[in-house]
Design a protein around this ligand. Structure first.
Ligand code: PNS
Length: 187
């Protein structure tokens, strides 16, 4: 906790780069990677719980080549920044390559992922094993809180597209951005 407070002060004052500080202090750093298109309360729950377990958590907005996106990477990062402003040890970044390359370049030792149900497990296990073999970076799975186990960005986008109320599924900033994007697209 002392290490976390100390590093937060240094980072806020911009006296030292986050990467240098992390290696000097031997900080335990994790990355929460995802498309976050957009961030849901399910993501937020995992981020908050990860932030309590590590000295620093980087939320990395990555490209998932199997999905088309509604928001730009910049827009997603801004929504995440507004929603996680209450957490002192969070950084937000983006990356367009392999996740393990990102971890290596930033000296991050752990990947944190939420598991909603067994349907997530096959794919997530495969990715975790490939990432471990490729780089030695560990993946930690967190059980999604039962209240969020049905929640996904895709479902939220689908509901919002048809005018459904998603206010219980996403933070206020995200809800507003969704409404604006749906209105812009005009369908
Ligand atoms: O929120 P998502 O879409 O489920 O997140 C998936 C994501 C972006 C974390 C995953 O697709 C990813 O790690 N992409 C970066 C490229 C990569 O490293 N692929 C893994 C190869 S095993």
């Amino acid at each position: 906790m002392v290490k976390q407070r100390f590093s937060t002060v240094f980072l806020r004052l911009k006296w030292i780069s986050a990467d240098l500080l992390a290696s000097v202090c031997h900080m335990k750093r994790a990355v929460c990677p995802g498309s976050f298109d957009p961030l849901t309360f399910g993501h937020l729950d995992i981020i908050e719980r990860a932030s309590a377990q590590f000295d620093e958590v980087v939320i990395a907005v990555l490209v998932n080549r199997t999905k088309s996106s509604m928001f730009t990477v910049q827009e997603r990062m801004e929504m995440i920044a507004k929603t996680t402003a209450h957490l002192p040890n969070i950084r937000i970044d983006s990356w367009s390559g392999l996740l393990v390359e990102y971890c290596k370049s930033k000296d991050i030792q752990s990947i944190v992922k939420g598991l909603r149900a067994v349907t997530d497990f096959d794919y997530e296990l495969q990715m975790a094993q490939v990432n471990l073999q490729a780089s030695g970076v560990e993946t930690m799975f967190m059980a999604t809180a039962p209240a969020h186990s049905f929640l996904s960005s895709s479902l939220v986008k689908e509901l919002a597209h048809y005018g459904g109320d998603v206010s219980s599924m996403v933070p206020k900033t995200v809800n507003e951005a969704l409404k604006a994007r749906v209105a812009e697209s005009g369908n």
